[in-house]
Design a protein around this ligand. Sequence first.
Ligand SMILES: NC(=O)c1ccc[n+]([C@@H]2O[C@H](COP(=O)([O-])OP(=O)(O)OC[C@H]3O[C@@H](n4cnc5c(N)ncnc54)[C@H](O)[C@@H]3O)[C@@H](O)[C@H]2O)c1
Length: 358
Amino acid sequence: MTEPLRIIIVGLGARAQFWLRVINANPDCRIVGLVDPSEAARERALAQCPGAVAAADVDLLSQVPADFVLLATPPGGRERQMEAACKARLPILAEKPLADSVELAAHYVEMAEEAGVPLMVGLNFRFLPVTQKTISLFETDVGKPEFARFTYERWRDGRLARLNKYPLTMDQPMLWEQSIHHFDLLRYVYKSEPVQVFAKTFNPSWSMYADDANVSALFTMANGVIVNYQGTWQSNWQQPGFEWRTECADGVVLQKDQFGDLHFARQQDEALTAVELPAYEQWINDAIALLAAFVATLRGTAPLLCSGRDHLKSLRMVQACIISQQQGSAINPSDLETSAERGIGQTFTSAHQQRTSL
Ligand SMILES: NC(=O)c1ccc[n+]([C@@H]2O[C@H](COP(=O)([O-])OP(=O)(O)OC[C@H]3O[C@@H](n4cnc5c(N)ncnc54)[C@H](O)[C@@H]3O)[C@@H](O)[C@H]2O)c1
């Protein structure tokens, strides 16, 4: 019987509440450390993790023996957290986005590779049954995707107590905090990288966010798929709207909810066919699957998914949108890559292979 993996969670805010529940329910994992400068946050988490050690500072990472660290902190200001994790040689599961600039994220990826620690980014939407089923529908029912419309409309009241507050004042909150999930899904589901990005970002007059809550973008992927994207956190109706429709060689795939509600139709069909999906609990089952994937990597039974280096390509889409908005022209995200980014994963692969399985 192998021992449970020992985890230190850094950042004990809104997102960590889900993680505490998911990790505590996993017999293969045990929370041994909790880090947050907020005493109230530490006390709340400690009450849920008796036996764990809590601290205000990441020095704890080199003081408490652990098998990996989970970063559930805001993306801005993770420098010391990443340094402490790499110094302690702790594998890292980091919430998205890895950083609030691509350059900083690339620096973190290099740091982790040099330290030989796996770095996974928490892209939980990839793990949803609806996402996996969408990919298989292209193969089994509707054929090759060719163009798509992705709309995400939400009245996100950033003042609610249960929600984090930093997006209210950060630059481009919709892009960094929300669209990053969607952009990652586009790359993942269409199995291709963007070669052209044309974007407009703006803030509605009623917006509670200091910077742009709206993103409109047109993506051309290397395999020819063209995606018309619209995302907003300040849709002016409490009821959310989500629709992701992909037009394919033999029909369409239509997802009507960000967690499910999947349908397809072949060209001549009179009506949509609903696709049965396994039962799931929003924010829980996707986190369970994400955690299981990282544990499998650390146990040496599966490759690393959602690597930090792969995440840089989704972050480049965010950056391309910002530059396109500023310049009023189309951007090829690969023109923004540094030469270090093009030297894909050599250091990581060899360093990772040298690690003994946990
Ligand atoms: N994957 C998802 O679906 C999903 C959902 C929500 C949030 N997130 C991500 O999770 C991360 C955290 O978001 P949140 O909603 O929990 O934010 P939050 O503001 O509610 O919580 C962040 C916590 O981090 C703490 N913190 C700040 N600086 C710290 C430091 N240097 N060391 C330790 N703790 C520190 C804060 O005190 C706070 O308790 C963000 O990256 C966010 O994008 C992901």
